[in-house]
Every structure is written in C-alpha cells, then in structure tokens.
Design a binder for this molecule. Structure first.
Ligand code: SF4
Length: 371
C-alpha cells in the first residue's frame, strides 16, 4: 500500500494545489499526515469540498487555534495511572499499545499524542507495567485497545497482547477501536482477524467510519471477515462539518453500517482538539440530525450522540432531551451531566480550571450523586 505523507507527495498525486504546498508544510510540521491509497482513491479531485479529502488532507485552517481548544481535549492524561493506560470509568480501561495510525484524521482528538515525533509504541517494560496495573485491579471487566490504531500491529504482536489479556481472569471483554477496515482494508488478513480472537472471551471491534463512501467493496469484505469469524462489530462516527452533517448522508451511512453487520454505536460530537474548528459542528446541528434519524430510519440505525466532556469527565449523551440549554450573558450554553451526576458547562469557561482534568469546573449537581 502506498501512503502519502508529505504535502509534496499530495501535490504530485493531485490532492492539493501546487500553490498550497508551501502553506501546508507548516501544517504537516505540526500534525502528522498519512493518506493511504484506499482513501486517496475515493477523493474526487474536482470537488474542492470532497468529504473524504476534508477528513484526511491537511488544511491551513488547522493552524487556527480557538482559545477553548485543548491539547488533551478529553482529559486522557488526568486519568492515566501508568503509561499506556487510561482508567476513567471503574470497570474498563483504555490500553494504548501503539501511537501509529494507518491514516491521520485532521480532527483527531489525540492528534498531539500520536504520529511522528511521539514514541511509536509502548516499550516492552511499559506494556508489562500496564498489564500489571490491569492484573491487580479485579474491577476491570473490559479492556479497550486504542491508540493509535491497534490493527497496525503485526498479527504476532497483536496476538501476544490479546493472549496476555486472556490470561487475566477478571478481564472478560476486549474491545478494539480501529479505522483500518476503511483506511487499509487489505491489512485485515485472516491472520490478523485470528489474532484478535481469544479463547472463551468475546472480542468486540468498533470500526471508525464517517462517510458512506468509505464503505467500499474492500472495506465491506474486511468487515465480513471479522463478522464471519464471530466478532461483533460496532461503529464510531465523528460528526464533521461538510462531511456527514446532513440527514441524507448520516442516514445513508447508518444504513450502510447496518448492512455490513455493524451496529451503529456512537456519533461523537467533535472534540475541542487544536485546529479543528473548521470541522466542528454546533451541538444543535447534531441534535437536529438525531431527530431526523429517529423519524426516518430503523431503530437499528440509531447511534447514541455523545459529547466527551472536556477535562476527562467521560461521555455524556447529548441527543434529544438529554441536556439543558441555558442563557448566560445572552449566549447559548449547554449543561451536561457526567456519570457521577456532576454538571459541566459546555464549552467550558476558560477561567474554570479546577477540575481533575484541568478544564471545566463542575457545576453543582442537579441530582443526588448517590444514585
Ligand atoms: S484513526 Fe483514530 S487515533 Fe488515528 S488519527 Fe484517526 S481519529 Fe486519531
């Protein structure tokens, strides 16, 4: 597979105009670029607003940083007890084995932590410490392999991580978060699929897909290889301006996922990652889409629309009826509740830097925290 990694290569392949090449060098110096062949082939080079290009081709708008954007927008660092582990919720942890991806998405919420310039992967000693952390905490029921993209690992390396998790009795579920099925579907060989399966414990795979065109014949075949092997498939979609923020596109995407035996799981509101304002929508846009989805599409096609609360407070559903809207100084704000019953204003107020994640001081709880 060819992967384009520099503005000059993108220019040579007709994916950016030559007069943009110099300006994009500054973007590429700041944020990783990788455009794999499978996605590059989907781009309509005559469409300046192509929805695949918007997700993966660097844009000078990425150099514009909004004051409310955060280098660690969902607060991973505040909940990282040892390198490679994020322990935000009691019964599950993230395990970040690699910091490499098959494609570098322009809206990535971990864009400061992945790609060139960062360590490629956990060291063997780091992995041993992360596994020891999991092994000594019986409350951990589920381990989510994320990253970076765990499916860039070789089958041998992935199998060794899966086997180590299989040996921990209290870990009952392993989940893999990946964009490889659409970014590099041929990488999902039978050997890689076999490496994900462990004895007596289910492996779930959450596939990151944002536009129906990403579900090519090759991508569908890759998903079939996993589903046929008995791996339940879920989806994750990021709501993105100019990509999937219309009822027709999001509806078509959800139907295509279900046809591929992938249950729509999360529709993520765009995180406050640096330089991603041009791709973020308003929450009201997402709620309107959810309303249309509910009215026009099968229950199988309904994801949960969620916001990762800045500061590391976890996800909150923000679909219909799940949040309040208040006026403050004439501006619209949202109040979301985390899983502890703490309420947070969104976007966070810049002066409220007191929470564990360093951003977004919790508001008084609306309900008892003992529920
Ligand atoms: S695949 Fe996921 S982790 Fe990698 S760049 Fe895209 S959003 Fe970020």
């Amino acid at each position: 597979m060819t992967t384009l990694r520099t503005p000059a290569q993108l220019c040579d392949h007709g994916l950016v105009w030559p007069d943009r090449q110099t300006a994009l060098a500054a973007v590429a110096a700041r944020y990783a670029v990788a455009v794999p062949d499978a996605l590059a082939q989907l781009i309509d080079r005559t469409d300046p607003e192509d929805p695949i290009a918007r997700q993966i081709i660097p844009d000078v708008a990425e150099l514009l940083h909004h004051p409310k954007e955060l280098t660690d927008p969902i607060g991973d660092n505040a909940h990282s007890p040892v390198e490679g582990v994020v322990h935000r919720y009691p019964d599950r942890v993230l395990l970040k084995v690699t910091h490499i991806c098959a494609v570098y998405c322009r809206f990535c919420f971990r864009r400061e932590m992945i790609g060139p310039g960062n360590p490629k992967a956990l060291s063997p000693q780091g992995l041993a410490r992360a596994l020891e952390y999991i092994r000594t905490r019986p409350e951990i029921w589920e381990v989510i392999l994320t990253g970076g993209d765990p499916l860039v690992l070789s089958p041998r390396r992935l199998r060794s991580v899966m086997n180590a998790l299989a040996d921990i009795d209290h870990v009952r579920i392993v989940r893999v978060h990946t964009r490889v099925p659409v970014a590099d579907p041929k990488r999902l060989t039978p050997a890689l699929v076999r490496a994900m399966k462990i004895k007596a414990k289910p492996t779930y795979v959450a596939v990151h897909v944002n536009h129906p065109r990403e579900l090519t014949a090759d991508a569908r075949a890759a998903c079939s290889r996993m589903a046929d092997a008995g791996i339940p498939l879920l989806s994750q979609t990021v709501l993105l301006a100019g990509v999937n923020d219309t009822p027709d596109v999001i509806g078509e995407l959800m139907r295509a996922l279900v046809e591929c035996r992938i249950k729509p799981y999360y529709l993520h509101h765009g995180d406050l990652a640096p330089g991603t304002g041009h791709l973020r929508t308003e929450i009201g846009t997402g709620q309107q889409l959810m309303r249309k989805l509910r009215g026009r599409f099968s229950g199988l096609c309904q994801p949960t629309y969620v916001l990762d609360i800045p500061g590391g407070h976890g996800k909150s559903p923000i679909g219909l009826n799940c949040i309040e809207r208040i006026d403050s100084n004439g501006r619209a704000h949202f109040v979301v509740e985390d899983f502890n019953g703490q309420r947070h204003q969104y976007p966070p107020q810049a002066a409220s830097v007191e929470s564990p994640g360093g951003q977004g001081r919790p508001l008084p709880p609306r309900v008892s925290q003992s529920r």
